[in-house]
Design a protein around this ligand. Sequence first.
Ligand code: ADP
Length: 251
Amino acid sequence: MNPQANAPSPVTAATPRRAATLGTLIEMHDVALTYGTGPTAVVAIHGATCQVATGARLAITGPSGSGKSTLLHLMAGLERPTTGSVTWPALGEDPLGRPGLVGVVFQGPSLIPTLDVAENVALPLVLTGTHARVAHELAMDALDTLEIDELASKLPDELSGGQAQRVAIARAMATRPVLILADEPTGQLDRATGEHVIDVLLEAANMLGAAVVISTHDPAVSDRLTTQWRIRDGVLSTTDPSTTHDRGVTR
Ligand code: ADP
């Protein structure tokens, strides 16, 4: 087997991915999601309709429990709507059928504790069929791009919170996704570290030409993005007070 098979080329500032020509990445129509059934059922999302376009720099803001994670999971194809539809026109099918095209940065620690940093970052590549040696090279490339290659042989429990979150970003970008979804990526970090993590995330997205959607309850984070949507009690509002800057998002 050709070890380069399925391997994305290295991520560098000179090789932005083809995302710029892809069009609408996510389309949601009247989406509702209910967890559970009967008297304990929780309607986490009510009738959300929206589109996320190529190049989006989008913040989804709302207090804890308002539905931000659920909305991001729907966008990633990790949850299915109870009613309504979620489609990914530019991907052709849902992200689970096209692994590697959507990178997810989860809230809090998400690294596998028994794998070192390089192995954690290489994992999504290996899972998408990239030869282990090539996956390692690409993982090192992503770590190098984020200037954390010196962490490569450390285990997750040897990392600070900010370092772990940067490694999670490297893992999300290693497959050169067209869309990065980050769920409260700074929720457990102090202000300065959180700012740096957002810098890194936006730089990674710029390099890849990827769209970015970040959920946050922190205005210091949402202000860094071009467009802000709000969610309250599962109701999504896409009316952006700063629509004059509304690039990359259609609705
Ligand atoms: P946020 O990310 O804004 O904190 P979530 O999307 O996590 O909000 O949660 C939205 C609502 O759905 C909350 O009421 C939460 O308790 C509920 N919820 C989230 N996940 C589950 C689950 N797996 N089972 C039942 N209820 C859930």
